[in-house]
Unconditional design. Structure first.
Length: 77
C-alpha cells in the first residue's frame, strides 16, 4: 500500500469510512477523518484497538503491512 493510496481515502470529500486489512489478517476501521493521520511510512489510527489484548487508544501501522483497504457503507453504531 502506498501513501498516495491512503491519502486518497483520507482526502475523500465527503469522508467515507474505510477498513484497513493488514497482512496479518487483522483489520482496523477508520470511522472519522479526525481519527487518522498519515505519517512518513505509517498510518496513525486513533481509537481502534487491533484485538482484545491491545486496549490502547491508537495504533501505528506500517504502510508495508497494509494489504488492502475497503470502503464501508456507514460508520458502525
Amino acid at each position: 500500500m502506498t501513501s498516495e493510496d491512503i491519502r486518497s481515502e483520507i482526502e475523500q470529500r465527503p469522508f467515507i469510512p474505510f477498513r484497513i486489512h493488514m497482512v496479518s489478517g487483522k483489520t482496523l476501521d477508520v470511522n472519522r477523518i479526525t481519527n487518522v493521520a498519515l505519517l512518513q511510512n505509517a498510518l496513525l489510527i486513533l481509537g481502534a484497538p487491533v484485538d482484545a489484548e491491545n486496549e490502547g487508544d491508537y495504533n501505528i501501522v506500517s504502510l508495508r503491512n497494509i494489504e488492502r483497504r475497503e470502503r464501508l457503507e456507514s460508520a458502525p453504531d
